[in-house]
Design a protein around this ligand. Structure first.
Ligand code: ADP
Length: 250
């Protein structure tokens, strides 16, 4: 689905990503691991259009998407989750979902003659969709809570929920598990698994928690010093001498 071909991203004279290549298969949950500073987040940002690569190419279903801005990729179904911005923290969880750009209730918009009524209908349908997403993520009880007041893990679920308001095909998740307790981490893992099997989402996941990676991801790709070191199941990766060396060297 996604082919990353020899991507280089340079900051000044420093190559954060130094010729990384990988393929992300449709329907997979691919894990991206590696020691701090390996270039994982930078590569994510290049693929998701947040950063332009110094050189190299990214294709999605055969189409060259290198350097396209995030909103264009968003419309193609390629999404990177983002932390909930400061100004959205005072809105409720439900409102946060309803605000996702491009979110539509799924009803046709033919009836512009009825103006106000149509807008009210549309809003009702969007609200219903947001409630459905909250229920899927088992946080329906937080619908009217302000986003800034829910826990770190619940915020992660909400970030995932925003991808469900649009027609996502592939979602890039950066450290979903960071600072999240075990119970919520399991809920997040379940949600990812269900989105994958029931809705056909493809995922690429950066995560340090190896239990989480082992439970969800196949294949796992390990990066170090801007390059791809190894790819395989987590067991294969853990047994790889280059990988062991890279982790011990940090
Ligand atoms: P990872 O996600 O694997 O921890 P990053 O992609 O965040 O790695 O960072 C890779 C390297 O690039 C690090 O050494 C980091 O300091 C550097 N880096 C990341 N972003 C920038 C930037 N905007 N300017 C300069 N250096 C950066």
């Amino acid at each position: 689905m996604i082919v990353v071909d020899n991507i280089v991203k340079q900051f000044g004279g420093f190559r954060a990503v130094d010729g990384a290549s990988m393929e992300i298969a449709k329907g997979s949950i691919t894990g991206l691991i590696g020691p701090n500073g390996a270039g994982k987040t930078t590569l994510f940002n290049v693929v998701a259009g947040v950063l332009k690569p110094t050189s190299g190419r990214v294709t999605m279903d055969g189409e060259d998407i290198t350097g396209l801005p995030p909103h264009t990729l968003f419309h193609k179904g390629l999404l990177r989750t983002f932390q909930i911005a400061h100004e959205f923290q005072t809105m409720t969880c439900r409102e946060n979902l309803m605000m996702v750009p491009g979110a539509q209730s799924g009803e046709t918009l033919w009836n512009t003659w009825f103006g106000r009524r149509r807008i009210a209908d549309e809003e009702r349908a969007l609200k219903a969709k947001a409630d459905e997403v909250l229920e899927f993520l088992t946080i329906e009880h937080l619908a009217d809570h302000k986003a800034g007041q829910v826990s770190g893990g619940q915020k992660k679920l909400l970030e995932l929920g925003r991808t469900m308001m649009v027609d996502a095909k592939i979602v890039f998740l950066d450290e979903v598990g960071a600072g999240v307790n075990r119970t919520l981490l399991n809920t997040i893992a379940d949600a990812i698994q269900r989105l994958n099997t029931e809705r056909g989402y493809t995922f690429v996941v950066i995560e340090h928690d190896m239990d989480f990676i082992g439970r969800l991801c196949d294949p796992v790709i390990c990066m170090a010093e801007g390059k791809v070191l190894a790819e395989g199941t987590l067991a294969e990766i853990k047994a790889n001498d280059h990988v062991i060396e890279a982790y011990l060297g940090t």
